[in-house]
Design a protein around this ligand. Sequence first.
Ligand SMILES: *Cc1c(COP(=O)(O)O)cnc(C)c1O
Length: 367
Amino acid sequence: MSQDKPDQNDHIRLFLPGPVEVRPEVLRAQAGWMVGHRSAEFRALFARLQPKLRALFQTQHRVYVSTSSGSGLWEAASRCCVRPGRPVLHLVNGAFSARWAEVSQANGKEVDVIEAAWGRAITPEQVEEALRARAYDAVAATYNETSTGVLNPLGAIAAVVRQHPDTLLLADVVSALAGAPLPTDAWGIDVCLASSQKAVALPPGVAFAAVSDRALARAAEVPNRGYYFDFLVLEKYLQRDQTPATPPISLLFAADVQLDAILAEGLEARVARHQAMAQSVQAWALGAGFGLFAEDGYRSPTVTTVANTRGIDFAALDAYLRTRGMAISNGYGKLKGQTFRIGHMGEVTPADVQTLLDAIDAFLAGG
Ligand SMILES: *Cc1c(COP(=O)(O)O)cnc(C)c1O
């Protein structure tokens, strides 16, 4: 076995919807000696990341690197892409999409919301109707609602938004990037933002946003964009292969290694692996007498929200799994107890998932 398959019992393996398992090789890449963030070495590293990030997002546009978690880029997208006095339309069907709407509001934007019940997908028809009724500066959509395990039909929603040339499409792809199909440019997404610690399988602390020329042109028309999350400031520094403030240099060493691994696996193969894992978790859940919280046809490839129809004690299951060196997640917010979540994203393999499901079966059989 290579060093990259460490003793599986030396730590708790995470089957969480973020943070996720990070490969030892990637963890070790963070231990490199520091370089100055204005040095030639850093600029070479930063320049090397760009084509890899563009390939990951399937975009010809730039990809900004933000020293923040994904939430910071919510703020960036809301602040930079919505003009004063013009509304932004948020599509809300879970905790993360709801929080992004709050972020827009907290930044003084005028927010309209269309909703679907938790567990249901937002439909393109709902979006079409809303866009016919009012002119929006932007639509803010969440691709994979990590709280419910719903993968919204982002491609079809994008096609609707694209009928409205003055409306930008902002997409949270935090728990979908590198785990679900995401042709950013082909779908016409203007701001496509993601965190490092989900399906990209890096440690937390850095976030990425693919940003279109249209979004940059919009930013130039918006006053009070702030500084730290201003796309125009990020753009100016990106042109010099730098970031405005000190970046998480160690994490970027790790990203350099991990992005190579992702692209070597191939995006299609990677997405297929995620879909296969999702299918086995779904089949297991139904077979074990549980339900699936997300509606059929819109179930996430990266996280499965199991409806706890058997009424099992999640704390007891969690404690048992930890003795076996594994961790899953309780339901999110109001879904705690009612559901639990199994993350199958990043470097997790179908064999790992089988090991987890066998352990849950053993727990259900009485340990
Ligand atoms: C995890 C998550 C977030 C929040 O990301 P942070 O990196 O924790 O800020 C936002 N949206 C979705 C869909 C998520 O899964």
